[in-house]
Design a protein. Structure first.
Length: 345
């Protein structure tokens, strides 16, 4: 190594490698390095690999702030999420992160511990301090119809699993269709009616499932019994299941999620009521563990991965074109296992 080369290398180490350093190392123009850095496709494969090898050798990282100034984009998505503990939200978040990565975007996550109007507005205030191109809101509650939720003007927003009053594109599971599938399955087996353990009253998903359950019973001329309200937990399903187990007329139960259905199964076992011999039980979600319940649970499958992917697609479409989407519903599927059967004579 000559004295000049050694001096140049020491200078790179002190100030960090520049685009010019990469161009010199790869023996290409600075414009070519810029194209590779920005993910452009008009660079042949051999040249691209040579530039990438030079970047790795020198430890060069593209300056995202400078790139944002040139392009007007930060290649980052904000995600506001009500809870990180629920099965559906974690699956949706995983899909959002994967789809964002595939599109060359990072995500900034802002959890909202208590889904009130004020908390959502505070989350947006926090995101306004971050460099994001758009926001996906996963707030499983009736919030965005409220007038006091102030969202920043001009920032693309997609809402998942909540209401948006028509102001923003929405992506969601077809909750109503899933509840109809569950209720019609039980009625089709010959049960005279279906009891329902709903999710929390503030929940958007729970409301749509409960309304579809009731409408389906009425359409089939079945009695509409009182609704029992749980909190999505297996503990609440167990408590309410014990209440239903004491009623000999109860032969079919539709729980608004699999965790509450698990609690119902335990309650029936403790009360000495056989499932599905005396009582049929259906859940909603199709958690991985549902097939390992005893008996394996009949349930409505939600495609959380598709919901997450579609929400990123809708958001990036608006970011890139300025065109706002509408309402996207992802289909559900009834998965029939061993927890449902015809009522005993």
């Amino acid at each position: 190594m000559t004295t000049t080369d050694a001096t140049d290398t020491l200078s790179v180490r002190r100030r960090g490698p520049s685009m010019a350093d990469v161009a010199r190392e790869a023996n290409v123009s600075g414009q070519t390095v810029s194209r590779v850095s920005n993910g452009r496709s008009n660079v042949d494969a051999d040249t691209r690999e040579r530039v990438l090898a030079a970047m790795r050798k020198l430890g060069y990282r593209p300056n995202s702030a400078a790139r944002a100034l040139r392009s007007g984009r930060f290649h980052s998505i904000g995600v506001i999420m009500f809870t990180l503990s629920s099965f559906g939200n974690m699956r949706t978040l995983d899909a959002i992160a994967g789809a964002a990565t595939d599109a060359g975007y990072s995500i900034t996550l802002i959890p909202v511990p208590h889904p009130t109007q004020g908390e959502v507005s505070v989350a947006f205030d926090r995101l306004s301090e971050e460099a994001v191109d758009g926001v996906i809101i996963v707030v499983e509650a009736h919030l965005l119809d409220e007038n006091d939720v102030v969202l920043p003007a001009g920032l693309p927003v997609v809402v998942v699993d909540s209401t948006a009053g028509g102001r923003y594109p929405m992506v969601d599971t077809d909750q109503a269709h899933g509840a109809r599938l569950a209720t019609e399955h039980l009625l089709g087996l010959g049960h005279r009616t279906v009891r329902h353990i709903a999710g929390p009253e503030r929940s958007y998903s729970a409301t749509h499932r409960r309304e579809a359950w009731e409408a389906t019973l009425r359409e089939h001329g079945a009695d509409v019994p009182p609704v029992l309200v749980g909190d999505w937990s297996s503990e609440s399903g167990h408590e309410l299941g014990l209440e239903l187990a004491r009623d000999p007329d109860v032969t079919a139960i539709f729980a608004a999620n699999d965790q509450m259905a698990l609690g119902v199964l335990r309650a029936m076992h403790e009360a000495g009521r056989a499932v599905p011999g005396e009582v049929s039980v259906v859940g909603f979600d199709d958690m991985e563990e549902s097939r390992s319940f005893w008996p394996p649970l009949t349930t409505v499958r939600q495609f959380f991965g598709e919901v997450g992917r579609r929400s990123v697609e809708e958001l990036l479409h608006e970011v890139e074109t300025g065109e706002r989407g509408g309402r996207t519903l992802v289909a559900t599927e009834l998965i029939i296992r061993d927890s449902t059967a015809r009522p005993s004579a």
